[in-house]
Design a protein around this ligand. Structure first.
Ligand SMILES: Nc1nc2c(ncn2[C@@H]2O[C@H](COP(=O)(O)OP(=O)(O)OP(=O)(O)O)[C@@H](O)[C@H]2O)c(=O)[nH]1
Ligand SMILES: [Mg+2]
Ligand SMILES: [Zn+2]
Length: 285
């Protein structure tokens, strides 16, 4: 028996990568009966005589778009200019990623387009996100980035034009992905059906669909959302299940007014929680 990861699906066959070798395998019929289908990303046990997948190890997470399991890191590619930095988008990506038990890593791009004043305005924000425990780096310090991502399964997220493809090209010179200035009209809406594939750049495993849409708070309830605002957890409000909205003597609201919590973080929290409630209401109708 060998243990490896499914790195590609080819109709009802799977490419399993184990110890650097690829095996094309079938799957036991019992999975179908159990309503369980092997997914790209799964860690599986394979019978090396018959090349059949015998066991799927428990998944730590499972994404819909792209369809992939056991994602370790979401690399949130965030440009600081062209397109301009959007803290609401960044906070939403962070929340969705954290709610899916994926570790977020922010990679800032286009820092070269900022002047001194703009850099200085950015510094306290960077410091804040680092302080609350989010890993943050940029597309200049590739050594640091590679070290963070090493041996992990990574999905990329970030808005169009943020520099995802450019970053991958820098990490692997052979890759040569198409990059385009944002002024170019993009062929959105043209979908070519294809299966998710995991490929390797150095010691990093990437999911090939750049643009995991982390923009959906669907399926996240307000309790979970609250947890994704990591910096709130250290405040013990008078009400044990305080939502930090209109409750009296809320220590989070207190911390916002004292400048301990970034105002944009709190504002985004209140917006997202509203979105969660609206989604939940739709669900129960
Ligand atoms: N000045 C500057 N330009 C950059 C940087 N990173 C990327 N770009 C440029 O930004 C544009 C968009 O980059 P892409 O890599 O195509 O962006 P993307 O995130 O892959 O975009 P989509 O594929 O549409 O989602 C290209 O013209 C890049 O050359 C950077 O750090 N600095
Ligand atoms: Mg791209
Ligand atoms: Zn509170």
């Amino acid at each position: 028996m060998i243990e490896g990861r499914i790195t590609k699906q080819i109709s009802n066959q799977y490419r399993v990568t184990a110890n650097g070798e690829d095996y094309v395998c079938g799957a036991r019929g019992k999975f179908r009966n159990l309503g369980l289908s092997p997914l790209v990303g799964d860690i599986v046990k394979v019978n090396d005589n018959t090349l059949t997948i015998e066991e799927i190890l428990p998944r730590k997470n499972e994404l819909d778009r792209p369809v992939v399991s056991n994602v370790d890191i979401a690399l949130i590619v965030t440009s600081v200019k062209k397109p301009d930095l959007s803290l609401s988008l960044l906070d939403k990506e962070l929340s969705v990623v954290l709610a899916n038990d994926i570790k977020p890593v922010i990679c800032l791009t286009k820092l070269d387009l900022l002047n001194k004043k703009e850099i200085n305005e950015l510094k306290p924000l960077i410091k804040y996100y680092k302080k609350i425990g989010i890993l943050l780096t940029d597309n200049k310090h590739l050594g640091k980035l590679k070290k963070i991502l090493k041996n992990n399964l990574v999905v990329l997220t970030g808005q169009t034009g943020a520099g995802k493809s450019s970053l991958l090209n820098k990490l692997d010179k052979k890759l040569n992905l198409e990059t385009k200035p944002i002024s170019v009209v993009l062929n959105r809406g043209v979908h070519t059906t294809r299966h998710t594939e995991i490929y390797k750049i150095g010691k990093i495993y990437f999911v090939d669909t750049p643009g995991f849409s982390a923009l959906d708070l669907k399926n996240i309830d307000s309790e979970k959302l609250k947890e994704t605002f990591l910096e709130f957890s250290k405040y013990n409000c008078d009400f044990k299940d305080c939502n930090h909205l209109k409750e009296k003597r809320c220590k989070v609201i207190d911390a916002v007014s004292k400048g301990e919590i970034l105002p944009s973080r709190y504002i985004n929290y209140t917006r997202f929680i509203k979105e969660c409630h609206e989604n939940n209401r739709k669900l129960y109708k």
